[in-house]
Structures are given as C-alpha cells and as structure tokens.
Design a protein around this ligand. Structure first.
Ligand code: ZN
Length: 244
C-alpha cells in the first residue's frame, strides 16, 4: 500500500514582505487541491489509522491520504479547517508547544503570525470527532529547535517535554513528531523513539510503502508554486514509478 502524506504550512494570501512565500498556499489553490482529491476518491486517515495498518490491525481505504500542517498557525483554524470540512477531509497539525498562542518566533527574519492557542486546540479536537474534518495534533518540538544541532540531552528534552505538554492538553498520548526544518539523523530517530513517539515525519517527495520506517515517513511539500498539474502528476507518478 502506498500512502501519500502532504505537508502545508499556511493557507492564506501571501502578505507583502514575506521572506518565505513558499510556506503559503492560497485558499483558492487549497480548495482546488481538496476538490481534486475528493473527485479522485481520496479519503483522509489519521496517523493512528496508519500505524494500526502497519501493525496488521486494520485495513485502509484504497486511496488513503494524510494531510498535515506544520507550525500550527491560527489560520489553519480560520481558513483551512472550513475548507477541509467542506470536502470531508481531516488533517494533522504539528504544534510548537512553547509557542502556543504566540507567534513563529523561531523564524526571526519572517513576518510574525499568530499561532493556535490551547483553547483553539481543545475546541478543534472536540469539534472534529467522528468523520471528515477531524483534526489531530502532533509535536513539532517545544521551541522548533534544529534537533541535529543540539546535544542528545537537549534534543531529548525538546522531544519529551513537547510530547508531555501536548499529551496533557489533549488528554491522550501523542504518537507523532515532526522534526523542525525536516532536519534529522540516525541519532534523532533513536531519541524520538526514546521520547515515546511511534511515528515521525520528514520532507521528501515520495510516498510511503509498507517498508518505510514509521519514524521517517515522507511528506510531499505543497507550496504556492505547486500548479494543479504538478499536484495531480506527483500523486500519480509517485504511486506508480517510485517503488521504494
Ligand atoms: Zn516548522
């Protein structure tokens, strides 16, 4: 089974002066992408569904997909969520736990935008139960740290404290981590395992096969430069032409 996982950051208009416009996808682009996925019969699943499948405990729909958002911008709730609901898709949002309700302070040279706060997160979790539009959350570490540049004690603290804080907020164990900047190495994977994560996500333009390490799940980046043709072509060619 081939599983595509998409990664977005912000669904919003690109504000003038943005240093990283590729972190934006416009609402129109996002809606067209969701409409395409719906037309092609894609069904969003959760990481819990996928991990259960990998353990042999359940089957997945033939066109399963996971939609993810990094950093936890408030616009995920105000702009992306209504569109997800409209098309019956759920998503997973990776949160920077020390920054909840603050801004993307780790991007010192980028415009600062509001991040989801604890109340947003709790209500999104409560609203989405059962069916399309459900939102799950994972860890994007405590401070959006570049994990490979930290010593193992500090890296483990980033991974563990964010998992604990988020677990307490959500009232359930957090199983998935997103390595900031997609930056990781062998040691990072071991630390993620030690911190209690069952899955980790990276950025790589590939799908996931039954042999992919669950701590190294590949995600296809979608940006404001992703044309409708490119979006459709990636989902086709990565399924059929890239075996591993
Ligand atoms: Zn990030």
């Amino acid at each position: 089974m081939k599983l595509p996982i998409l990664v977005y950051h912000k669904i919003d208009r690109i504000p003038p002066g943005s240093r990283y416009p590729k972190n934006y996808v416009t609402p129109e682009q996002f809606e067209a992408q969701l409409a395409f996925l719906a037309r092609r019969g894609y069904a969003s699943i959760t990481f819990a569904d996928y991990l259960a499948y990998r353990r042999g405990e359940r089957l997945l729909p033939p066109r399963a997909i996971i939609i993810t958002f990094d950093d936890g911008y408030r616009s995920n709730r105000t702009i992306a969520l209504p569109l997800l609901r409209q098309y019956g898709f759920g998503a997973t949002i990776f949160l920077v736990t020390a920054q909840l309700g603050k801004t993307n302070a780790w991007d010192r040279d980028e415009l600062q935008e509001p991040l989801l706060d604890a109340a947003d997160i709790r209500s999104m979790q409560a609203e989405g139960r059962g069916g399309g539009g459900g939102i799950d959350f994972g860890s994007h570490t405590a401070t959006h740290a570049r994990l490979t540049r930290l010593g193992s004690v500090d890296a483990l603290r980033e991974l563990r404290s964010s998992r604990e804080q988020l677990g307490a907020l959500l009232g359930k164990p957090v199983t998935v981590v997103c390595y900031p900047y997609g930056d990781y190495n062998r040691a990072t994977l071991q630390l993620a395992r030690d911190a209690g994560y069952e899955a980790g996500v990276i950025i790589r333009r590939r799908m996931n096969s039954d042999a992919t390490d669950p701590l190294e799940l590949r995600r296809i980046p979608i940006t404001c430069l992703t044309s409708p043709g490119r979006f459709a072509w990636d989902l086709f060619r990565l399924r059929w032409f890239h075996g591993s």
